[in-house]
Design a protein around this ligand. Structure first.
Ligand SMILES: Cc1ncc(COP(=O)(O)O)c(C=O)c1O
Length: 495
């Protein structure tokens, strides 16, 4: 079908953001038959230029229309009016993602588009790559291959390389988890550990409870595994017990997922009394808790607290952590610690998922543990990340808009900031920020439902202090310009 003229008239003085107006007008033309199925729409770049919009605004509009079934995209060929109206059953093959998730995927697309080399990027969840012990790893791999030869490259035992399982047992004993080697399952990072728990404990349509906001990865996994995810509000101590108890009564969940230490994205540390309440509640209702402790070792001040698993007398807690954030994310080694009945199911699903986690990587990590590289690395992480945190807090104080709120994180990689309630949203600020070569994660991404409109997550850990200062300065300047230009045509052209 040949290209057709799109008839778009944007009202720049309107309160309605321009990309929303674009969505409404394209949808009306499709519904009215002016744009029949198969019509190719202009490329996002061309339409953006024609309408005087940013390309991200057009991509965002196309994404939302695609998620709603109005458009379809074909790699390399372009964006077309979808044919579903001719064959409505096609749209019904998969349950539609909830509107909030469609919105989240548009935000993600927006963030993906923003990636460029010159960017000061605070948006990711990665640990700082300038810390990676690359040389130590190289030596360890060479030594493993010399020592073990082909054994290092054969299928490894499905539950993990036995000496590494032993080292994990020793490692978690120090923090109060009294487990056996047989309770340790080596996984492909914490991400796979979470996925295995959902696969082995939940069925289609079951409900999972987590804090709101929460780790984006659990939202993705829940969606992929067709599990309902329900967010529980938090207070300064973490997930609220009263709200959790209500949700347990009403929703009969199969699993609770929490990050007790330096939660992603808020950086909160759950105090001991809340940890105890949570474990007691789960034990009383016999609902397993998955505790994700990947940020536990990024502790800058305060006493070390026991993980939930160390407080668990009835075997309801499943503990996961990994050597990814603290050592090397790309090597993909993590673990689960679980009691008997859960463990058996997890081990079966693990074997079905990937037969075994790469033996070479497990052996290399084991050697790094034996040689004390992890201990050294943790010390280095702490010293340097403390400096970066100080820099981030000073820069936030100096540059972020008056009325913004944040709490100094006692650990972890993230600063969670609430922009002033009246004024540009985090998404609006983001769009303007990337034009000034700075990015952060938009808070709304981390909510299971509505929320986070004014929130942003900044990974201060990945930049040196001077870069943090410059990045925060840019964000502050961008926000101030947006506030000053409120109602100005130039700003509305961006949104
Ligand atoms: C809370 C949380 N859990 C799990 C992961 C995944 O970690 P891994 O690299 O060990 O799979 C991340 C990564 O960002 C995370 O933030």
């Amino acid at each position: 079908m040949p290209d057709r003229e799109l008839n778009i008239a944007l009202e720049r003085e309107s309160e309605i953001p321009l990309y929303r107006q674009l969505i409404t007008q394209i949808r009306a033309q499709i519904n009215g038959g002016d744009l029949p199925a198969g019509t190719r729409l202009p490329a996002s770049r061309a339409l953006a230029t024609e309408l005087g919009l940013s390309r991200i605004s057009v991509v965002n509009a196309y994404n939302e229309l695609r998620a709603a079934g109005y458009l379809s995209a074909h790699a390399g060929r372009g964006t077309f009016v979808a044919r579903e109206r001719d064959a409505p059953e096609a749209r019904q093959q998969l349950p539609p993602a909830p509107a909030t998730r469609q919105r989240a995927s548009s935000i993600r697309e927006m963030m993906r588009l923003a990636r460029k080399k010159s960017l000061i990027d605070f948006s990711g969840g990665a640990p700082p790559s300038d810390f990676f012990p690359v040389r130590y790893l190289q030596d360890a791999i060479n030594q493993v291959i010399e020592r073990d030869g082909a054994d290092a490259l054969a299928y490894e035992a499905p539950e993990g390389y036995p000496p590494l399982r032993g080292a994990v047992r020793d490692y978690v004993r120090v923090i109060g988890i009294n487990c056996r080697v047989e309770d340790v399952l080596i996984t492909g990072g914490a991400q796979q550990a979470i996925d295995l728990v959902l696969q082995s404990l939940m069925r289609d349509g079951d409900t999972l409870l987590t804090a709101d906001p929460t780790y984006l990865g659990i939202i993705d996994i829940a969606e992929a595994r067709r599990v309902h995810i329900h967010g529980i509000p938090i207070d300064e101590d973490g997930i609220r017990i009263d709200a959790l108890e209500n949700a347990i009564d009403q929703l009969r969940p199969r699993l609770i997922y929490v990050m007790p230490s330096y939660q992603n994205p808020t950086g909160h540390l759950m105090p001991l009394h809340r940890r105890r309440q949570l474990v007691r509640l789960a034990a009383r209702h016999r609902i397993p808790i998955l505790e994700d402790e990947v940020y536990r070792e990024f502790r800058y001040d305060g006493d070390e607290l026991p993980p939930l698993k160390a407080l668990d007398e009835s075997g309801v807690v499943i503990h996961t952590n990994a050597f990814t954030k603290v050592l090397l994310p790309g090597i993909r080694i993590g673990y689960l610690v679980a009691d008997g009945p859960y463990y058996q199911r997890l081990a079966r699903v693990k074997q079905a998922a990937d037969i075994s986690t790469p033996g070479l990587n497990q052996r290399a990590i084991h050697l790094l543990l034996e040689r004390g590289v992890l201990a050294k690395q943790l010390e280095r992480n702490r010293l340097e990340l403390r400096r970066r945190r100080v820099a981030a807090l000073a820069a936030a104080q100096r540059y972020l808009p008056a009325g913004s709120q944040w709490k100094a994180p006692g650990g972890g990689l993230f600063l969670w900031v609430e922009l002033p309630a009246v004024g540009p949203s985090a998404a609006e600020t983001f769009i303007a920020a990337i034009a000034r070569d700075v990015a952060f994660a938009i808070g709304a991404l981390f909510y299971t439902g509505e929320g986070g409109r004014q929130a942003m997550r900044l990974n201060f850990g990945i930049h040196k202090p001077e870069t943090i200062e410059e990045g925060f300065r840019r964000i502050g300047a961008v926000h101030a310009a947006l506030v000053a230009d409120y109602g100005d045509v130039q700003r509305r052209a961006v949104l």
